[in-house]
Design a protein around this ligand. Sequence first.
Ligand SMILES: Cc1ncc(COP(=O)(O)O)c(C=O)c1O
Length: 384
Amino acid sequence: MANTTPDSRPANPRFSSGPCAKPPHWSLDKLADAPLGRSHRAAIGKGKLAAAIDETREILGVPADYRIGIVPASDTGAVEMAMWSMLGARPATMVAWESFGAGWVTDVVKQLKIEAEVKTAEYGQIVDFAEIDFDTDVVFTWNGTTSGVRVPNGDAIPEDREGLTICDATSAAFAQDLPWNKLDVTTFSWQKVMGGEAAHGMLILSPRAVERLESYTPAWPLPKIFRMTKGGKLIEGIFKGETINTPSMLCVEDYLVALDWAREVGGLEGLKARANANAQAIWDFCDARPWIANLAEDEATRSNTSVCLKFTDDRIRDGAAFAKAVAKRLEKEGIALDIGAYRDAPAGLRIWCGATVETSDIEAMLPWLDWAFEAEIAAQAEAA
Ligand SMILES: Cc1ncc(COP(=O)(O)O)c(C=O)c1O
């Protein structure tokens, strides 16, 4: 049968896992209200920063007694700031099942040189949370962006734990439920589910995390951009929009525009529903085909944002080359940009399904995946 190209095309081919697609109907003129050329410490700038914090709290349902700060260096900055400031007070457990979690293990074991129990799982699998001692400080990633494997829920995390939970939730926030009473430190960046810009991180602290900051001084020096206390007291201003150093007010405006859009689509429930519909379209596609499957082995752990797929057809000779060629073909046609698997992950595809992606675009892209697969199988046969 001739392998003809499908009739319809996605209106937006941006399926990158970060920076992710801007919200639908986004355009640069929506940023016209940004107080450019003004001090971020002027009332107008401070008001925008405080609004970003307040609206984040409202949409994510963050408890009133949790602090929310805008910090430097995107999600990485937020995670490292927390680890450098809080770890070392008690034993640590580092949990990783993909590349970013593994990066936090390196930070703690090799750089901070903290004695930690390291628990890892292969790509596609997850560490059993029932086996973790939550009386230690536990660092983990809620949604493994490079494996498409997520924590299904926080049930295994006890409320009366002695240790802190430090959770990198950058590709989960605004798409998945985060159980705030189980999380002491939660981080994310605007560039993921909200389609915002990178460079700024969000750091959310429980009262217990604040208590740690105020009662413990690490043995190592802390650079200014990591310092959250002064004279043993939390610098409360950081959590009211008085950022440690200068933020981009253009990026702040862009985040505020994304938050407005989030409210328009129904807040957290609406955002989750959009991600779920996107991921479901891909899961259904895979279920109906013998040659492609979700990398996540257990359905309960399948990500609804960074959906990672592997090719399972016996005819494929070089899995990495094949997956790359499929992604390249789709990019060349302008159908799907940036959908190759992460460089350290198993060969395959990774299709972002966060809320800014339209389900109609996923649906229009998938028949092209059929097409690209068949075309590559044929190309492989010809080359043989
Ligand atoms: C789970 C996870 N953690 C951390 C990062 C790093 O994020 P950033 O570049 O925003 O610091 C990413 C980026 O994709 C990620 O997916």
